[in-house]
Ligand binder design. Structure first.
Ligand code: PGA
Length: 259
């Protein structure tokens, strides 16, 4: 069975005590069901709670990720957080280019590329998010948009660094809306992403790069989505805030319910 990578993006939904408690309960649930042998699991709390969550996860197999990072190593950048700071508090992963950063904060492909290169050269494992808006899908622009986000996001990324990079395909119209891409829509987009990776790098890199689906993943749709040939895991928002739902996604996504 192929190993899945399931990450929970907690966004601005918790305070320090609920973040710590959620991390502890998740760690206990994963251990109880021995889920670490089927999936790599990470949680991405708000930066201000990374240390709280790191402490709560001590001794567990759940990795820690951040929701964003700045591209400079250090210096006078008020409000920003560097790759070194993320590593200092125990982060392994960092989400880069999430749709809310692209479309609410206004981050460009160029800025996202700088952050991605900084994360890779610092030894972090970035999750590069890409995905089209509803109007772009309706105008048959899905492939054009995700190709641009991929090519511009991956400028100057070396082949050797690709083993540490995950792509998350997240159609913007499916994020937090309860609307999920159909399994076929997800598979088509993921296969397209793999084709672009083969073109930028080579077939081996394209085959080995993990491509997560994100956008209203729930226990009820995880099996079908993650059963697709090119879907290697999930980036989960809302459902990662409830232990039963997140664990249900891991189990369904790894097809454990039938074992
Ligand atoms: P959602 O969020 O699962 O709540 O749709 C996904 C994401 O933002 O990564």
């Amino acid at each position: 069975m192929r190993k899945k990578f399931i990450a929970g993006n907690w966004k601005m939904n918790l305070d320090s005590s609920t973040a710590g408690a959620l991390a502890k309960s998740l760690a206990a649930a994963l251990k109880k069901d021995k889920l670490e042998s089927y999936a790599d699991v990470a949680v991405c709390p708000p930066s201000i709670y990374l240390t709280t969550v790191a402490a709560a996860l001590a001794g567990s197999s759940i990795a820690l990720g951040a929701q964003d990072v700045f591209y400079e190593k250090n210096g006078a950048f008020t409000g920003e957080i560097s790759t070194e700071m993320l590593k200092d508090v125990g982060c392994r992963y960092v989400i880069i280019g999430h749709s809310e950063r692209r479309h609410v904060i206004g981050e460009s492909d160029q800025l996202i590329n700088k952050k991605l290169c900084a994360a890779l050269s610092a030894g972090l494992e970035p999750i590069l998010c890409i995905g089209e808006l509803l109007e772009e899908r309706q105008a048959s622009q899905t492939e054009t948009v995700i190709e641009r986000q991929l090519r511009q996001g991956l400028v100057d990324v070396k082949k050797e660094a690709m083993a540490r990079l995950t792509i998350a395909y997240e159609p913007v119209w499916a994020i937090g809306t309860g609307k999920t891409a159909t399994a076929q829509q997800a598979q088509d987009a993921h296969a397209f992403v793999r084709g672009i990776l083969a073109d930028i790098f080579d077939d081996g890199i394209a085959r080995k790069t993990r491509i997560q689906y994100g956008g209203s993943v729930k226990p009820a749709n995880a099996a079908e989505l993650m059963g697709q040939k090119d879907v290697d895991g999930a980036l989960v928002g809302g459902a990662s805030l409830k232990v039963d739902d997140f664990v249900g996604i891991i189990k369904a996504g790894c097809d454990l319910e039938h074992k």
